[in-house]
Design a protein around this ligand. Structure first.
Ligand code: V47
Ligand code: SF4
Length: 380
């Protein structure tokens, strides 16, 4: 394979059309590509071509580093007032006997299981139910902070915020301030799905709109805080919808600089209302990671969430633009196993993660939620 930083990529493929050459020249010289160029690249860029461009940017931004953290998840409930068509996880309020709804006490018990273990982050998200309201989360965050002040609380998405703030009759600003003061550290990227209104309505009708999702993150960033962003791809959306989604994120990032990482999430089709929609290929997953790296020039990190994509594809993606693998997870999330992901009990030890990253020829780096380096694994 040619060296990723070698612009002779432009000369190697004699069949490369003029438009692709022009776009590649822009990317290699650090210029931003337009939405129309993004769509063109999605439609015409081969896996090797996109991968080479993405790898060039990835190495410029993050060198050989691949980040991971020591984390675990808490899913307070899988009962939900919404009925997203892609969701294999939630149980409708009327089927709540099939689900779980944890109390503050039960969640604290699950957090106490990690006492004395070197985890740095708890990722809290799940369904939306009336009982788990603003008072519930305020108490939960305060009690986690009191019990373990060093644990970073990465929790809740605009889907949950929109519902609980509306119910509590507080503005987004007031609600976020209350939860930040209670101990909320940063926001995960969930609930973004696809921003296009028509597609969003078909797959996630009724929950917060794209504008509400973006506004909540914007307010959070304006408070000096950080968050992630996701995109659910590979279902009924087109390439134009993916570019529209990333364009809106790129614009907000220009304004605030508050996004840490972008996480493409592959639609998995087991036991949901969209099971008839086939899943996309691994080649398409890698092309999509590469496109995210190329398009989102103002995002520092592109994360391959191994619990969703599987550890093998996650490892491959490290040569197609990604530089982060999320974390150890410790078999604490059900969202993807219930949707048919390869990883039925997602759990990796530090050693397994380190070997996975070294196997891709990269340097493993343990980070905290905000990408401060905890440990670099430079030796063999
Ligand atoms: O918003 C649900 C997705 C998301 C399916 O910020 C599905 O570090 C595919 O956002 N097929 C929640 N995707 C998870 C999430 C996340 C995960 C890891 C790290 C971070 C981070 C954020 O899961 C939902 C939805 O887009 N999802 N069901 C499914 N069948
Ligand atoms: Fe509820 Fe989230 Fe599932 Fe939608 S994706 S039904 S909001 S748990």
């Amino acid at each position: 394979m040619i060296a990723s930083s070698d612009p002779s990529i432009l000369d190697l493929d004699t069949k490369l059309d003029a438009a692709l050459k022009l776009i590649a020249e822009k990317v290699l010289s650090g210029q931003r590509i337009s939405p129309a160029e993004g769509i063109y690249l999605y439609e015409h860029g081969s896996l090797g071509f996109l991968g080479t461009l993405a790898n060039h940017i990835r190495e410029k931004k993050n060198g050989q580093y691949v980040y991971f953290n020591h984390n675990f998840h808490v899913e307070p409930t899988n009962v939900c007032v919404y009925t997203c068509a892609f969701c294999s996880y939630s149980r409708l309020i009327k089927q709540r006997h099939e689900g779980w709804e944890l109390s503050v006490e039960q969640i604290l018990d699950s957090i106490k299981k990690y006492d004395g273990q070197p985890v740095t982050e708890v990722h809290i998200t799940g369904g939306v139910v009336p009982k788990q309201d603003l008072t519930f989360y305020k108490e939960l965050f305060e009690r986690i902070r009191t019990h373990r002040p060093d644990l970073h609380i990465k929790a809740l998405t605009p889907v949950e915020f929109h519902y609980i703030f509306k119910k509590a009759k507080v503005s987004y600003e007031e609600g976020l301030k209350i939860l930040a003061e209670a101990g909320l550290g940063s926001l995960p990227g969930g609930g973004a799905e696809i921003f296009d209104a028509q597609i969003r309505d078909q797959i996630a009708g009724g929950k917060c709109s794209a504008e509400e999702w973006l506004t909540l993150h914007k307010i959070w960033h304006q408070m000096g805080r950080y968050s992630n962003a996701t995109m659910l791809y590979g279902h009924i959306e087109t390439y134009a919808h993916r570019i529209d989604h990333m364009e809106r994120l790129r614009q907000l990032q220009d304004e605030t600089g508050g996004f840490n990482a972008f996480i493409p999430l592959k639609f998995r089709n087991k036991e949901n209302q969209m099971s008839h929609v086939p899943e996309v290929s691994v080649v398409e997953d890698l092309r999509n990671y590469a496109m995210a790296r190329i398009y989102l020039d103002n995002f520092q990190h592109i994360k391959a969430y191994w619990a969703m994509i599987g550890r093998n594809t996650a490892q491959l993606s490290l040569n197609f633009g990604t530089d982060d693998l999320d974390g150890t997870i410790d078999d604490t999330t059900k969202i993807y196993s219930m949707a048919g992901a390869e990883e039925q009990n997602p759990k990796l030890s530090t050693d397994e993660l380190v070997q996975l990253i070294k196997g891709a020829g990269r340097t493993p780096v343990q980070r905290d939620t905000l990408y401060n380096i905890v440990k670099e694994y430079t030796t063999q």
